[in-house]
Design a protein around this ligand. Structure first.
Ligand SMILES: [Zn+2]
Ligand SMILES: [Zn+2]
Length: 360
């Protein structure tokens, strides 16, 4: 897709880690036969955005336009597109492209694409289904986006557009393991470790599926929020008695903790054949002794967002069950203070959402 026709749109970018956000003009590809262009209305602000925009991993491309929780209204469709029409509410999450050809893509697990999926921002564009003037992806802090129809999610008409973005990142991260480890039909005991942006979705989803939910947190003051989200039980992970009271009880535990920790601390909570799923971005090692695994035949696993069909399923499930995140809508000139707040503290239940129309 080297020489495709492009259009200009505005975006909010950082030109270096030290710079503040500023409004710039970028170019994206005009919609090809299989593409959809949409006017962005809102984009969720994820904690990951802060890390990438600030070059915490050391490999950020600049100018950097973050945002992988996009929600907007279709403005143009290619001639092969039948599922979407102008005026539809749509979204894009973390995945904007993949090879479409490997076994994982064929299974609808684009997030495990053997040739590497293209993340919605700050990723080299290599599969040829999208283009920008820089050769790497620009995210959703922008007035317009074009993607292949495969990477779009249809937002149900009655779902509030400003609340949809976090579904494509936080909610799907929790939904996918709940589906994979078969607690979607309910009747199981599910633990959710960490009651922040991810955890609140975990509690709400697991509960809506009909499970008994244990919220697990280091801080006793999260109990009210956890119970409000629907948790049946609350476990303080730093309190030995509280942990003891929940021993051998859970079929599945989703661990959202992104700070350095030891996963073995939570294994006693699992019942026979239970699974602990690691979801946080923890880069330090865990020390695990195998004896506790053997004695209850428990598993330790990991999970990452979800593929496109499952993300749509998650969106539809949230709409049907009225699972709506707590959000705070902000404008582009508030990005610095939002980033500051997210850097200070990462366990808030509130998801910030950038109002694109109000920022222009
Ligand atoms: Zn995210
Ligand atoms: Zn693939």
């Amino acid at each position: 897709m080297a020489d495709v026709p492009m259009y200009e749109t505005v975006a909010w970018a950082k030109k270096s880690a030290a710079d503040k956000f500023e409004k710039i003009t970028i170019k994206r590809n005009l919609p090809g036969d299989d593409d959809v262009t949409f006017d962005l209305k809102y984009c969720g602000i994820c904690h990951t955005d802060v890390h990438i925009a600030n070059n915490d991993m050391g490999n950020t491309h600049y100018p950097c336009v973050p945002g992988h929780e996009l929600a907007g209204i279709v403005s143009a469709v290619g001639k092969n597109v039948t599922k979407y029409k102008v005026g539809d509410k749509v979204g894009v999450g973390c995945i904007s492209d993949s090879c479409m050809d490997c076994a994982c893509c064929k299974d609808g697990d684009e997030h495990f694409c053997a040739n590497g999926f293209t993340m919605t921002y700050d990723y080299d564009i290599k599969h040829g289904h999208m283009a920008t003037d820089s050769g790497y992806s620009y995210g959703g802090y922008s007035a317009s986006q074009t993607v292949n129809q495969r990477y779009l999610i249809k937002i149900p008409d009655d779902y509030p557009l400003e609340k949809a973005g976090p579904i494509f990142c936080a909610a799907i991260t929790m939904y996918s393991p709940l589906a994979h480890w078969k607690v979607k039909e309910g009747g199981k005991k599910v633990g959710i470790i960490g009651i922040g942006g991810l955890g609140q979705f975990g509690v709400r989803l697991a509960k809506a599926m009909g499970n008994e939910v244990y919220a697990i947190s280091t801080s006793p003051n999260k109990e009210a929020a956890a119970k409000q989200a629907g948790a049946d039980n609350f476990v303080v992970s730093t309190d030995a008695d509280s942990m003891k009271s929940a021993e051998n009880s859970m079929d599945l535990i989703l661990n959202t903790v992104s700070a350095s920790h030891q996963l073995a601390h939570y294994l006693p909570l699992l019942k026979k054949d239970g699974t602990l799923v690691q979801l946080g971005l923890v880069l330090t090692d865990h020390q695990v002794q195998q004896f506790p695994l053997m004695m209850k035949r428990v598993s330790i696993a990991g999970s990452l967002i979800g593929g496109m069909p499952e993300t749509q399923e998650c969106m539809d499930f949230c709409a049907k069950n009225n699972i709506v995140p707590d959000t705070k809508v902000v404008k582009a000139d508030e990005l610095e203070s939002v980033y500051e707040a997210l850097s200070q503290k990462n366990d808030s239940i509130i998801r910030y959402v950038l109002d694109i129309s109000a920022s222009q």
